[in-house]
Design a protein around this ligand. Structure first.
Ligand code: DC
Length: 263
């Protein structure tokens, strides 16, 4: 009985494609279809990145996490002691901007990993100290200017989903689809708290919630490119939606635009 197994697996192989082959065929089909730019903006920890990543995966698009770039600059500023408890030497950071090189590499599941000056900083940029200073750093106009240049460079071709705060208003004002994501602050804080705890980060719920509220206020009230819903963005409140329901709403909207010329 055992001896027959290899024969069985060989004949089965004729009809089954490997994961890589499937991906290749899917990409070939997607290559022939109209591609668009999708901007996903919204409040802190409202699930934008998850949605944007899932959407990109479904559509075969590239996913760009613009928040990771601001976090990487913030980590650089912390390491150089340009920012810390009660001080921020903005000009020093501005003078060093040309020394900051950020790039992304995919992991084994095609999720983007952030590199700062060729070092993998994906885990470090998610820590609470970076979250505490990132709004101050991202409010500096010179920092934003550099990041927007990089964001546009990374997405010269269509077929991009980018998430952030100013993607629909500043980075891609002509994006074919703009989504603005929000959720109740307690739900957002709880999701973020659980995510951090699952990564063994020692933090309490109130600290997480306060950080979210502070960042939202800071991001909304800064002078340069504040967080706001673009006038042509579609609002999705995911307070009582599952990830799957949210993805379906977004995917339906995207497909409507992608296939509209074909009807
Ligand atoms: O998406 P995030 O929470 O990782 O973003 C971190 C911070 O970066 C956020 O508090 C505001 C800032 N940010 C921004 O100002 N503009 C963007 N396009 C993305 C993020």
């Amino acid at each position: 009985m055992n001896k027959k197994l290899p024969v069985l697996s060989i004949s089965f192989r004729k009809f089954a494609f490997t994961h890589t082959e499937n991906l290749f065929f899917k990409l070939m089909i997607l290559e022939a279809i109209k591609k668009i730019k999708i901007a996903v903006d919204g409040y802190s920890s409202c699930g934008k990145s998850t949605l944007a990543r899932q959407l990109a995966g479904e559509l075969g698009y590239i996913y760009i996490d613009s928040g990771a770039m601001y976090r990487a600059v913030t980590l650089f500023a912390i390491e150089k002691k340009f920012i810390g408890n009660n001080y921020f030497y903005q000009q020093n950071l501005i003078n060093s901007l040309q020394k900051i090189i950020i790039h992304f590499e995919p992991d084994h599941e095609f999720n983007p990993i952030t590199f700062l000056n060729n070092k993998n900083v994906e885990k470090q940029i998610r820590q609470i100290d970076v979250s505490s200073y990132v709004s101050q750093v991202s409010a500096v106009p010179e920092v934003r200017k550099q990041m927007v240049i990089l964001q546009r460079k990374l997405s010269v071709d269509n077929g991009v989903v980018m998430d952030g705060r100013d993607i629909g208003t500043v980075v891609f004002p002509k994006a074919e689809l703009k989504l603005f994501i929000t959720a109740d602050v307690n739900i957002r804080a709880q999701r973020r708290y659980e995510e951090l705890r699952s990564q063994n980060v020692d933090v309490d719920f109130d600290t997480v919630k306060q950080n979210l509220i502070q960042r939202d206020n800071y991001d909304k009230s800064r002078k340069t490119s504040p967080l706001k819903q673009a006038s042509d963005a579609i609002l999705i409140d995911n307070t009582s939606l599952t990830r799957e329901q949210q993805l379906k709403i977004a995917l339906d909207l995207a497909n409507k635009i992608i296939y509209e010329d074909r009807n």
